[in-house]
Design a protein around this ligand. Structure first.
Ligand code: NAI
Length: 476
């Protein structure tokens, strides 16, 4: 079996944590039981690009339990938990000397070159055949396939959007090398893929863009906008893991400090709530009047970054947008202000601009924590080099909330793989009855007792006793 992880001897530790996580992931385990006989993913060759954590290990082993052949990478250079990666490679039945699990190409602290090499490896089965499904988080695997096919068609690809030019150079090199090794490979891959299921807001944004400009090559299910994903993982997950990231990176007392949350979408709501829960005075920035009004009515001061940049102790960007915190902002910050991002890509913070600041010195405190010292002696602390701090500095979201997200992922994979003809090229969300099913699978573990509608009540509000209980336009 081909794979590349940091240290296979960590597998035993990983396996112990996977065992504990399985108990905390009732949705995934229920899906394993439900489909054990039917094996709906038999024949599926799933390439996964999603943070290689313990929770993801339970997702991978669920896909395998349903019959899939899987290869995996992380979707961020810092987010791999090396013991999880090792345990997945070894597998429940294997040993360190004889691994029998799933090929994983991921370790904590990859370079950008290594990151794209890993993505390429996971997209190529050893027999030379392509995958027929992608499970993506942030859209990098989908991007490589699309850009590769485009390159093969027209001999070049334009740089895309606001993304990092350095990274774009690495992607181009990856494409050139892979196309030289096997011309036509990406066109073949794009044609072989039945569909992609996308985990996060940023990846979903890319998919709708491609669908709009007619370049999307295969159907996609937007897992992010299942209610049981974005209204849970993005919000309650970040409510947990933003504090975990800050604590493990800096261990500063949050109570009494001034924290600024940029963006009051699902992630911002969770982060602001958590920081307030720790006793911070939280300030929110927004561009959307609806979200700004929500933040104000939730009791937060809403203002611009420029107004308050000098008084804030802890910055967290959650926008999925770029250039939120500029180098100029950072130069104006308090001594040892903490600068962090929990949005998908690192370009929310202008790291390139910070590095170009005349006379600035980088003082690495420990992995994923850097003090940037200005010539006048004051400094800012940047977490995870501006990449998502909850996965870079801590271990991401806990199992229970990820069970909701990943149960959606498994159901979406089954939908696209088994009902391909029902999904012409486009972007879809899962039907509401499946969203409600995911929630239902998690109630028992929390001791929730659901009230059942009477026949008369169901008729009165115009729904079936079995659901769905809300119209599609309902916003929760
Ligand atoms: P969202 O769209 O619900 O929220 C983003 C908010 O930022 C919006 O309300 C938008 O109006 C606001 N915004 C945009 N530009 C802004 C600016 N210049 N200044 C202030 N506010 C601005 O998206 P969601 O679901 O909250 O996700 C945000 C990011 O977090 C995405 O990149 C997503 O992929 C990522 N994410 C990260 C997770 C993690 O574990 N680190 C988990 C889930 C999502």
């Amino acid at each position: 079996m081909d794979y590349k992880v940091a240290d296979l001897s960590l597998a035993e530790f990983g396996r112990k944590e996977i065992r504990l996580a399985e108990h905390e992931m009732p949705g995934l385990m229920a899906v394993r039981r439900e489909y054990a006989d039917a094996q709906p993913l038999r024949g599926a060759k799933i390439m996964g690009s999603l943070h290689m954590t313990i929770q993801t290990a339970v997702l991978i082993e669920t896909l395998v339990a349903l019959g899939a052949d899987v290869r995996w990478v992380s979707c961020n250079i810092f987010s791999t938990q090396d013991h999880a990666a090792a345990a997945v490679v070894v597998g429940p039945e294997g040993t360190v000397d004889e691994p029998k699990g799933v090929p994983v190409f991921a370790w904590k602290g990859e370079t950008l070159e290594e990151y794209w090499w890993c993505t390429d490896q996971a997209l190529a089965w050893p027999d030379g055949t392509p995958p027929n499904m992608i499970l993506d988080d942030g859209g990098d695997a989908t991007l490589l396939v699309h850009k590769g096919a485009e390159y093969e068609k027209v001999g070049s690809v334009p740089e895309f959007g606001a993304d990092d030019p350095e990274e774009w150079g690495v992607i181009l090199d990856t494409l050139r090398t892979t196309i030289a090794a096997r011309p036509g490979r990406w066109t073949e891959t794009a044609a072989a893929i039945k569909g992609v299921t996308e985990e996060t807001t940023t990846g979903v944004h890319r998919l709708y863009e491609m669908a709009k400009n007619g370049t999307l090559a295969f159907p996609a299910i937007n897992v992010n906008d299942s209610v049981t994903k974005s209204k849970f993982d993005n919000k309650y997950g970040c409510r947990h893991s933003v504090i975990d990231g800050l604590n493990r990176a800096t261990d500063v007392l949050i109570g009494g400090k001034v924290a600024l949350v940029a963006g009051y979408g699902d992630v911002g709501k969770g982060c602001a709530d958590a920081l307030r829960g720790q006793g911070a005075r939280v300030i929110v920035t927004e561009i959307d009047p609806i979200c700004a009004l929500q933040a104000a009515m939730d009791g937060y001061q809403v203002t611009t970054l420029d107004e308050v940049v000098e008084i804030v102790d802890i910055f967290v960007t959650t926008t999925g947008n770029f250039n939120i915190i500029t180098a100029d902002h950072m130069a104006r910050m308090k001594h040892q202000a903490i600068v962090s991002n929990i949005g998908h890509f690192d370009n929310e913070i202008d790291m390139a601009g910070l590095m170009r600041t005349p006379g600035i010195v980088r003082n690495n405190i420990k992995p994923q924590v850097d003090e940037w010292v200005y010539p006048d002696g004051h400094s800012v602390l940047v977490l995870a080099e501006g990449r998502l701090m909850n996965l870079g500095c801590a271990t991401g979201h806990p199992s229970f909330v990820m069970s909701n997200s990943f149960t959606n992922q498994v159901i979406a994979q089954i939908e696209l793989f088994t009902k391909t003809e029902e999904y012409p090229v486009g972007v879809y969300v899962l039907p509401k009855h499946l969203d409600e099913k995911v929630a239902r699978l998690h109630l028992g573990a929390l001791g929730v007792k659901l009230t059942e509608l009477t026949k008369e009540q169901a008729a009165y509000i115009g729904v079936d006793i079995e659901g769905p209980y809300k119209p599609d336009h309902y916003r929760y």
